[in-house]
Design a protein around this ligand. Structure first.
Ligand SMILES: Nc1ncnc2c1ncn2[C@@H]1O[C@H](COP(=O)(O)OP(=O)(O)OP(=O)(O)O)[C@@H](O)[C@H]1O
Ligand SMILES: [Mg+2]
Length: 321
């Protein structure tokens, strides 16, 4: 199951991604946490020592593409593979259990509560909207497009702030998207926009209130987002202490906040996997991307990369093994 945390800058995407990943890993089953944000901060909240981040995927795109394309005859070279190039027959697919392929082995690192961390690598605010940023985040899109995950296996992605997450097909790659919102007018300001995008593409979305300080805050969120409000996390003294550099384990988290993480996990796990939607949108975004810039950039008609007989989902993995 794939989960994205989106929302306004500073709302708590990174904090909640990390807490959710740690909580989920404690329940058993593999968890991969992916840092796709501008400020690469997720490792810190997962408890990774500074100076020990994993190898950044965004700086090794060619190597990743070379592995993923396998001997798919429709992808002539790693250079012809763009972030939206879909897997086809001959492509190598990734699995979380066991995550023993070279992509996981080379680009992830273990963290204290069990999640494995993968990162796009740092990029700057100026990179936003330009090729560099999109190609780095493209590593996550490629990864998710080739991943066959099931129930009891979780990938958690900490996304960039604001609506930029909707600039590519990436936002359609998840079984659940959590919009983190603080109980302020600004906090709920982007909600309508996200909701419309999500509805247009059948993307399951739920709002998670954060830094809530009482029933008035919950009522405010309820008033603005209605039934989309799934659960709220309170302002956490334990999180604050962690940010101040004190040691932190999940046991330090306030019981109400731990319970809220349980609600999130239950909600994710109650989703049906929709491989049909996943496959259809993978192809749809690739064709759109090909027309918009990729055909020109690569000098090939990339629509030919789509394998009409490829079936997305677990069947292909069992054939591969
Ligand atoms: N429930 C909480 N209780 C206390 N502090 C919190 C809570 N959630 C987040 N914070 C704090 O709020 C600040 C912003 O959180 P965080 O970095 O997770 O937000 P973000 O949405 O990832 O921000 P950015 O858009 O900059 O990536 C951090 O200092 C974090 O420790
Ligand atoms: Mg962040």
């Amino acid at each position: 199951m794939r989960v994205a945390f989106v929302g306004k800058g500073g709302s708590g995407k990174t904090t909640l991604s990390a807490l959710f990943a740690r909580y989920t890993a404690r329940q058993g089953g593999p968890v991969v946490a992916v840092d796709a944000d501008i400020n690469q901060h997720l490792g810190m909240v997962l408890g990774v020592a500074e100076g020990a981040p994993p190898r950044p995927m965004g700086s090794h795109l060619t190597e990743i593409k070379e592995w993923l394309r396998g001997d798919n005859p429709r992808i002539t070279s790693a250079a012809a593979m763009v972030k939206t190039t879909p897997p086809g027959r001959g492509s190598r697919l990734l699995s979380l259990d066991p995550a023993d392929d070279p992509v996981h082995a080379r680009f992830s690192t273990a963290t204290p509560d069990g999640p494995r961390l993968m990162v796009t690598g740092p990029f700057s605010e100026e990179d936003l909207g330009v090729a560099c940023y999109h190609s780095k985040v493209g590593a996550v899109e490629l990864y998710l497009n080739h991943l066959v995950d099931g129930h009891g296996e979780h990938v958690v992605v900490d996304m960039t702030a604001g609506a930029d997450s909707f600039a590519s097909g990436l936002f359609t790659r998840f079984d659940m998207t959590f919009l983190v919102a603080e109980p302020t007018r600004q906090g709920v300001g982007v909600y309508r926009q996200y909701r419309e995008y999500a509805a247009d593409y059948d993307v399951p979305l739920a709002v998670v209130g954060n830094k809530v300080q009482g029933p008035g805050d919950v009522a405010f969120l309820r008033e603005h987002v209605g039934d989309d409000l799934l659960v709220c996390l309170e302002h956490s003294a334990a999180v604050r202490a962690m940010e101040q550099g004190r040691p932190f384990t999940l046991e330090d988290l306030e019981p109400a906040n731990a319970e809220a993480l349980g609600v999130l996990l239950k909600h994710v796990d109650s989703q049906e996997k929709d491989w049909e939607r996943f496959g259809r949108q993978t192809v749809e975004f690739h064709l759109r991307n090909a027309r918009a810039w990729a055909n020109r950039a690569i000098g090939e008609d990339l629509a030919a990369q789509v394998d009409p007989d490829f079936v997305f989902g677990p069947t292909r993995v069992s054939l591969q093994r």
